[in-house]
Design a protein around this ligand. Structure first.
Ligand code: FAD
Length: 117
């Protein structure tokens, strides 16, 4: 089957949106179990990402830059950094990671709402 760059890019945008929004909602002071859960999620994301070529490149990035899951700031900063590594490889502009603060909003309106389940 032919590669379809438009569909691949659409998947990328949706995936990055979820990825960064998860980091923005990660606890500021996670428990060790929270941190392990996020690290595991990232490893599985890199294993199962539907574009196999993208996933293989991303796994190499994870080896070089292991996921930082000790706090929300660490996780969000790390995710911004690795996305920038992908941007660089694809010849895209770098994103200013200082501006990541309010950029990813889940629209849930309830800070820590993900704990009420
Ligand atoms: P995207 O890179 O999708 O970014 C979406 C939006 O996020 C941007 O418009 C901007 O507002 C914001 N943003 C940009 N940079 C950052 C950052 N550093 N931190 C936070 N927010 C940011 N495509 C390929 O062709 N080949 C690949 O090998 C490949 N590997 C990928 C690996 C992964 C894990 C993922 C999730 C996607 C991959 N993609 C790959 C898709 C690619 O990264 C883009 O998603 C796609 O090309 C669309 O790009 P875009 O310019 O719309 O912006």
């Amino acid at each position: 089957k032919l590669e379809n760059a438009t569909i691949k890019a659409e998947l990328g945008r949706a995936s990055w949106k979820l990825f960064h929004t998860m980091m923005a909602r990660f606890p500021e002071k996670p428990t060790p179990d929270d941190s392990l859960a996020l690290k595991t999620y990232i490893q599985l994301f890199a294993r199962l990402y539907p574009c196999g070529d993208c996933a293989a490149h991303f796994r190499k990035l994870l080896e070089r830059y292991p996921p930082q899951t000790g706090s929300r700031n660490a996780a969000a900063g790390w995710a911004c950094f690795v996305h920038n590594q992908v941007n660089k490889r694809l010849g895209k502009q770098e994103f200013d990671c200082n501006k990541i603060g309010d950029f990813y909003d889940c629209g849930c309106g309830d800070e820590d709402g993900n704990k009420k389940n």
